[in-house]
Design a protein around this ligand. Structure first.
Ligand SMILES: C[S@@+](CC[C@H](N)C(=O)[O-])C[C@H]1O[C@@H](n2cnc3c(N)ncnc32)[C@H](O)[C@@H]1O
Length: 363
């Protein structure tokens, strides 16, 4: 058992994560969660660069496995390597590396996105993955802390011993392995100057399910500090590193929750949290990404849950496939209920109701 006082708790090391990792004792952290950099540099041919990158990642992952406690978990979030028309899903290459670090695979979580770059000569990429591995079979998984609403919350048994009782757990269901947390891009209140942040809610799901209060969470590639911010919010300790001083600064400013000397915050979320906590007026402050003259208050913003986005995506995919099927058969396409991109739904006309019912039947 490691003495926590030896550890750089609640600090983000400014520098190369390998230096930090080498200093950490064996079996000292409860959770590793990270998204490594995968812009592979230009000095090599792409294929060679990928192999070198994977060798470097193997060194980092061996260290992460070494510092993980026997009850611990590791989540590695990766996308695809794309070069000259070739696309390699990186989780395929990371999976054997993680197994070689004597870790046990638990889930391959698909992080689906509604938006992204449109490909011309292949299908557009609409997901990344999170690989979850544990150090042993005796790992923490607090399902009750992260349940989501059941699809048919009020459905009851209609016969047998349990007739009349709810047929599903009223506390909600397991969220499953397809996640739809909105990417932190424009219009997202968490957005900082960092180009590829984790959404805080996604990290909250991981931290709440695989750690307990006062546990230690490590992110070797902290970026804008999302893992540290969420660990702090849920009373866990964090440890991490970030190579770039400008992102390191953003992470520290997010953690401080206070305005800087220019009355500025690293993102709209920290600004809104601050005015809600202190009662100060929002007009006094700015945030790094601000384009409008003044920041908007949270009470005036629309904030949707992950469930909403999942339903939206499901509806959209069903619509697109129904439109494709109709096109193949030379039939009238189903009506697009949100053609204007303003979030307002076109009311269903009587003659379209049949198609709507057909779409629902696929549930
Ligand atoms: C994909 S981003 C992580 C973003 C982070 N998840 C967030 O929510 O902001 C990867 C980060 O790793 C940093 N980085 C790259 N090489 C590093 C190294 N050797 N040690 C520490 N940080 C590094 C990059 O500067 C970048 O900010």
């Amino acid at each position: 058992m490691t003495d926590n006082y030896q550890l750089p708790l609640n600090e983000i090391y400014l520098g190369d994560c390998i230096k930090l990792l080498k200093k950490l004792p064996d079996e000292s952290v409860d959770l590793v969660v990270s998204s490594p950099p995968y812009n592979l540099g230009k000095e090599y041919e792409a294929k060679q660069a990928l192999e070198i990158y994977l060798q470097e990642q193997t060194v980092i992952l061996r260290e992460c496995s070494r510092v993980l406690k026997s009850t611990g978990s590791l989540f590695w979030q990766i996308g695809a390597f794309s070069n000259k028309g070739m696309l390699i899903p990186l989780d395929i290459r990371f999976f054997p590396i993680l197994e070689s670090c004597e870790l046990i695979p638990k889930n391959r979580i698909v992080w689906a996105r509604q938006h992204g770059l449109h490909a011309r000569k292949k299908f557009s990429c609409r997901h990344e993955t999170l690989l979850w591995f544990t150090k042993s079979d005796n790992y923490i998984f607090n399902l009750d802390g992260i349940r989501v609403p059941q699809k048919y919350q009020n459905k009851k048994h209609y016969r047998g011993n349990r007739k009349g009782e709810l047929s599903c757990n009223p506390n909600g269901k397991n969220p499953g392995d397809i996640w739809l947390f909105r990417n932190v891009k424009h219009n997202h209140e968490e957005q900082t100057i960092h180009p590829c942040q984790f959404p805080e809610d996604m990290i909250a799901r991981i931290i709440l399910s695989t750690t307990n209060k006062n546990d230690i969470v490590l992110d070797p590639y902290m970026g804008s500090g999302t893992v540290a911010v969420v660990a702090q919010d849920y009373e866990r300790y964090f440890i991490g590193a970030e190579l770039e001083p400008k992102y390191h600064q953003v992470a520290l400013r997010r953690l401080s929750k206070e305005p800087d000397q220019n009355e500025c915050f690293p993102n709209l979320k920290t600004l809104r949290d601050y005015v809600e906590e202190t009662g100060e007026t929002i007009e006094k402050f700015r945030f790094d990404m601000q384009v409008a003259k003044k920041a908007s208050e949270r009470s005036k913003a629309k904030i949707y849950s992950e469930e909403y986005h999942l339903q939206e995506m499901e509806d959209r995919l069903l619509y697109e496939e129904a439109a494709f099927a109709a096109n193949l058969r030379g039939e009238e396409p189903p009506i697009d209920r949100k053609p204007n991109g303003n979030g307002k739904k076109t009311p269903i006309r009587k003659q379209d109701k049949v198609e709507q019912i057909q779409l629902n039947l696929w549930d």
